[in-house]
Design a protein around this ligand. Structure first.
Ligand code: HEM
Length: 174
């Protein structure tokens, strides 16, 4: 699983008792951190209650604090995600709207995306959606052309509302 790499600066750095020379790329995958049993004892089990203090489920304040201290989906420190607050707002509103408007259930039939024995080491858990490392994608295109719809073009010519569209229409007349 990929890492958010950082380059060691001049003078090197000591990590976990080992001296790492300058220029080395270092990092830890967030998948590994989020599956470290010291912080997340049941990392492979879907248990949202582990984030909520509740004597009935046995989740203590210390458990929740420990989990929060290692949670790094948005990275941490000075290079952490600047859009975190906006992302939470968008996710919360979207989720609330979806739950308000729809009933949800797991689709019937064969599960897709889960682990299987034939997928090899670390990919055998049936109930874990398999993650592919695609943090950043690069590609050429798409190249898109825009043309005003007929009704809209008439509207812009008649009322001269949109300068951009007016330029387009003048060009077409020439
Ligand atoms: C669920 C949604 C999101 C996740 C999981 C996420 C995750 C991350 C992570 C892990 C980093 C650190 C990258 C690194 O250290 O190399 C990052 C950086 C960044 N994110 Fe997000 N992000 C999310 C949404 C957003 C949104 C909505 C915005 C903007 C509106 C945004 C803008 C940025 C920017 C500008 C950086 C670079 C910050 C810097 O280098 O100083 N992100 N994000």
């Amino acid at each position: 699983m990929g890492i958010l790499a950082r380059q060691v600066l001049l003078g090197g750095i000591e990590i976990d008792g080992k001296l790492i020379p300058s220029g080395t790329q270092v990092g830890t995958s967030s998948y590994a951190i989020h599956h470290n049993e010291e912080y997340f004892p049941n990392a492979f089990t879907y248990s949202p209650e582990c984030w909520i203090v509740d004597p009935e489920t046995g989740v203590s304040e210390e458990d929740v604090e420990q989990a929060h201290s290692a949670f790094c989906a948005f990275s941490l420190g000075s290079k952490g995600c600047i859009g975190k607050g906006l992302a939470y707002a968008e996710l919360t509103v979207t989720l609330a709207r979806v739950l308000f408007l729809f009933y949800l259930r797991e689709a019937e039939g064969e599960l897709i995306g889960g682990g299987k024995p034939e997928l090899g080491f670390g990919r055998k858990r049936k109930n874990e959606y398999q993650i592919q490392d695609r943090f950043v994608g690069a590609r050429d295109g798409p190249i898109i052309e825009f043309k005003a719809r007929v009704v809209f073009a008439y509207w812009t010519v008649l009322f001269n509302k949109n300068p951009f569209m007016t330029v387009l229409n003048r060009t077409a007349i020439r």
